[in-house]
Design a protein around this ligand. Structure first.
Ligand code: SAM
Length: 215
């Protein structure tokens, strides 16, 4: 039900000009030549195309989305600008259709709050990152636990607010997935969204590169 709502809301928005982001992850991500990057909730594909330019012909960028309208728009944009080192994949954030340890960089802008099982999303980010790979993610958190009446409302979740978790819960999920030392790049003051108060932030962390032991 929730995915159906998300697909329908975002397919409608695909052709509009309205801004869908809540932060500037792309501005801090610094994709480098030859890297493999992934954008979770790639929408119209704007950030994917920007990263494709940065990683060059030897790099590759995957855009992940569940909305048919957004995927169609993103693919058309790639075609229009003749960008070939990209692929837009239809799947859920909780079950990424990508191999283990494929990515140097994962970004996302205002998407993870939609996911029904956010812990699964963080586990998936950890799985697809190479050792030493990094994420830079913009999202929202709620200042208090979202009341049940909204938390289970698929329309309110699709509207980008009712799916949010608290700051503490957010950080706990990151830690559970294996990400230590998360840096907070930007963080807003709380503001009203839907029926609750949220804050936006951009956070980053690396997957541990493993230790080198000399016997
Ligand atoms: C708020 S928009 C952000 C789009 C883009 N990142 C941007 O900043 O313009 C959220 C996007 O995430 C996608 N999305 C939401 N929930 C998803 C899920 N569970 N799995 C995959 N994609 C999802 C939506 O279809 C939509 O394109």
């Amino acid at each position: 039900m929730e995915i159906k709502e998300i697909n329908s809301r975002y397919s409608e928005l695909a052709e509009s000009d309205c801004c869908l982001s809540c932060g500037g992850a792309i501005n801090y991500a610094e994709p480098m030549i030859g890297e493999v990057c992934v954008d979770l909730g790639s929408g119209r594909g704007t950030d994917v195309l920007r990263m494709a330019e940065s990683v060059g012909e030897t790099g590759f960028v995957y855009g992940i989305d569940i909305s048919d309208g957004m995927l169609e728009k993103a693919r058309k944009n790639a075609e229009k600008f003749k960008v070939t080192n990209v692929s837009f994949v239809r799947c859920e954030l909780e079950k990424l259709d990508l191999p283990d340890m494929i990515a140097n960089l994962v970004i996302s802008n205002c998407t993870i709050n939609h996911a029904a099982d956010k812990q699964a999303v963080w586990n998936e980010i950890y799985r697809i990152l190479k050792k030493g790979g990094r994420f830079v993610i913009s999202d929202i958190y709620s200042t208090a636990q979202v009341p049940d009446e909204y938390r289970n409302d698929p329309v309110a979740i699709a509207e980008c607010w009712a799916g949010s978790v608290t700051r503490d819960e957010y950080l706990k999920q990151l830690e559970n997935a294996g990400f230590m030392s998360v840096s907070i790049i930007e963080e807003s003051a709380p503001y009203d969204k839907g029926k609750i108060k949220v804050a936006s932030w951009t956070i980053a962390a690396k997957k541990p590169s493993g230790c080198c032991c000399i016997n």
